[in-house]
Design a protein around this ligand. Sequence first.
Ligand SMILES: C[S@@+](CC[C@H](N)C(=O)[O-])C[C@H]1O[C@@H](n2cnc3c(N)ncnc32)[C@H](O)[C@@H]1O
Length: 266
Amino acid sequence: MKIDFQETTKDLAVRIDIHSKFGAKNIDAWMLDLINLQPNDVILDVGCGSGKQCFSYYDRLNGKATITGGDVSDDLLDQARAEDKRRNTGMTFVHLDFNKQFPFERNTFDFVSCSFAIYYAEDVPFTINEMYRVTKMGGRLFTTGPMPQNKKLFYDIIREATGKEIPLMPGSSRFSTEFLSTIKSMYSKVDLHLFENPLTFESIEPYMDYTRASMSEDRKLWASFFDNKDDFEKVMEQITEVAQRHLDKDGKLVMTKVVGGILATK
Ligand SMILES: C[S@@+](CC[C@H](N)C(=O)[O-])C[C@H]1O[C@@H](n2cnc3c(N)ncnc32)[C@H](O)[C@@H]1O
């Protein structure tokens, strides 16, 4: 599956900020409790973006870990490196494209994670196999991604506003199916955990900030919605109108994130 995708630094930051301000639950706490990291673990976070998970692992282990983050976006890696320098956390951030061989020896890591990124893999068995290869025997993989029922309201509003079908999302269409079954075929023990987080919006602005950061012109997934340059603002206006109608009727907009976490042991 060829995936034409680039995450921008700004869009990712906007979405992370909105999750933390409007979500009822904290996904980092859920994740940290599930994965139960051990002091001195050697950790790799694949698709680390600006390093969110790496810093959360560091804090949970009070710095007693060797942490590496890898991502294909040099912009996001620069952000992660700047934060590492600012906090003096001594982590390593490397350029890593998970569609190519990882720049690590086999059996290197106690724990490999990949949060909200794995589904951009073009060749699923190849990427999972690379994660497996660099994990030590008895080491673990944890990966998160959207479930099919994720963000129902968000997609309903877009559908109602545009009359268009939602493009196939590489995440929710494949995470709990193709990815789960590939991981099951390689690892010895595999469990799927669920996290549900309602995001409640009482005004339209942050909801539209989220929509813009999800559908942004840079995100090629939504290309079929924007035939020419002016279409983006036109579509945003249509969505604002429909979202406002829902808000007036219900007093709030509740968009529930439904996330799966696959925990697997090599
Ligand atoms: C939604 S972001 C998640 C970032 C981070 N894990 C987090 O939760 O904040 C998806 C990340 O996957 C990265 N990504 C996409 N394709 C990739 C590839 N082929 N190899 C490595 N990283 C990739 C993007 O650059 C981006 O940082």
